[in-house]
Design a protein around this ligand. Structure first.
Ligand code: ADP
Length: 466
């Protein structure tokens, strides 16, 4: 039994489904046919009993009405013949059990021994292969006492019943085969999407993430599974691509300062170390580039932190005005050549769910950019407002601005409109990418409107804390 179970568990779902469906149908068909066969058999037997009983009553009635003696009974051959049927024998016995009249059609007399009976009895018996139904009843007239025997060969109804059984068995076997084949066909149809899923997964393993499952027109669970699988693969491919892009971008960014440092050090190594001017310059450049490297590495780290689990920041609540004022105060001290204007009245005690450190970090990135990309007019303003249950913070500068076609890309990692200017200013192209991810962590939005040569407005918005 356990061996069978092990073999069964190793079969494919297709075979399991086929076996289960045919087994179930087999049992159902067997039960149904069995009951049908039993009921029909019983009914046929009952019909035979009724017919033989009717014959008996007819004979009884006839002889009782005639009130015949033994001789008259012996001469009533014609009457008995008229009511006898094929495969049936009617026999009248005297008191000693000796047959005085026997009428038989297609049934040898010696199949059943004469037997006297003092009451009506009905029984079925066998003579070799032949199934017989025997009814015995006493015959009593004023001049005769004896027994009437009617023996009926149930050959016809037995043949019918055997035929029925054969038909049912054939039907049963046919049903098993058909249900087995049907099960295989059905499971193949049902499991086709799973097969296609398996094929796609194999292809993904061999060829890469771009493979997708073909979606069928049906609206069933397996079609949904395929859709979800494809969506998952889209997501995976996107994130894989992003990851790859990130590594490429990061190594590209790191390569520049490393190459510069390498250039200067090999210069020193070859002959520069003896020339104090070159030594001085090379060391200065190297220190500067190392600072840049450190800056990039730190910002990369910030970027990774900013992408951390979004739900982790929700337990914070900051009085936004206080945080902005605090950040600005420290910032203004470092940039005395800039004019700062602030309008935070509308915010009053407004609170948003944000870690104050993160808000400060976002503001510093925006203020830092405003400073870095300012030209002659060194004016920066920070304004706050409330609208539709949201807090808006606007950082405006009157600097060089961003060309319209570059605006959509400035949030991408390492994207810089003017690479050399950004580099000169110590920019890494990561600031806005970090800010955007931090803002998104708190259900916030960040947008930029800018006119090249006129200035830039960066707007932050966050839902008000309840
Ligand atoms: P970076 O470290 O280079 O400043 P950011 O991600 O902060 O990187 O900004 C991306 C690019 O967007 C910058 O290189 C710059 O070209 C442009 N940019 C950002 N803020 C401003 C601004 N206030 N004025 C003009 N250009 C800006």
């Amino acid at each position: 039994m356990t061996r069978l179970r092990v073999i069964f568990s190793r079969l494919s779902i297709r075979w399991k489904l086929a076996i289960w469906s045919s087994l179930l149908l087999c049992v159902l068909f067997l039960a149904y046919n069995g009951i049908q066969y039993f009921v029909i058999n019983q009914w046929m037997f009952h019909q035979e009993e009724k017919a033989i009983q009717k014959n008996m009553e007819e004979i009884q009635g006839y002889f009782t009405a005639e009130n015949g003696n033994a001789e008259e009974i012996m001469n009533s051959h014609a009457f008995i013949n008229s009511i006898n049927e094929s495969h049936q024998m009617i026999r009248i016995l005297d008191q000693q059990g000796i047959p005085i009249l026997t009428v038989s059609e297609m049934m040898p007399e010696d199949w059943v021994k004469p037997e006297v009976s003092i009451r009506t009895t009905m029984r079925s018996s066998w003579h070799e292969e032949e199934h017989l139904l025997i009814i015995r009843s006493p015959l009593q007239t004023s001049q005769f006492t004896g027994t009437i025997e009617i023996v009926n060969n149930l050959e016809n109804s037995d043949q019918l019943s055997n035929m029925l059984l054969a038909v049912m068995l054939a039907g049963w076997l046919g049903a098993i085969v058909i249900s087995g084949l049907g099960g295989i066909f059905l499971s193949r149809q049902l499991l086709r999407p799973i097969q296609s899923l398996t094929d796609t997964m194999t292809n993904i393993k061999q060829k890469g993430l771009q493979e997708r499952v073909e979606i069928s027109n049906s609206n069933d669970e397996l079609a949904h599974l395929s859709i979800v699988f494809n969506e998952l693969m889209d997501q995976l491919e996107r994130s894989f691509h992003n990851q790859k892009q990130f590594v490429e971008d990061a190594s590209h960014e790191l390569r520049t300062p490393i190459s510069i440092i390498e250039g200067h050090i090999s210069l020193l190594n070859r002959w520069g170390k003896h020339d104090p001017d070159i030594l001085e310059e090379s060391l200065n450049v190297s220190v500067q580039e190392l600072g840049r490297l450190k800056g990039i590495v730190n910002e990369l780290l910030e970027l990774t932190r900013a992408e951390a689990d979004p739900s982790s920041g929700y337990h914070f609540s900051a009085v936004i005005r206080d945080t902005i004022e605090y950040t600005l105060k420290n910032f203004v001290m470092l940039h005395t050549d800039f004019g700062f204007h602030q309008d935070l009245e509308p915010l009053e005690q407004a609170k948003i769910n944000i870690n104050p450190n993160h808000l400060e970090q976002i503001l510093l990135i925006l203020l830092d950019n405003a400073i870095k990309y300012s030209a002659q007019i060194k004016e920066i303003s920070v304004e706050g407002s409330l609208k539709h249950q949201r807090v808006y913070i606007k950082v405006t500068d009157q600097g060089i601005g961003i060309p319209q076609e570059d605006v959509p890309y400035v949030f991408q990692r390492f994207y810089r409109v003017d690479k050399s200017r950004s580099r000169e200013q110590g920019g890494t192209g990561l600031g806005l990418a970090i800010a955007e991810r931090l803002v998104a962590r708190y259900d916030g939005e960040i947008s930029i409107t800018s006119i090249s040569g006129r200035g830039t407005i960066v707007t932050l918005s966050f839902p008000l804390s309840r």
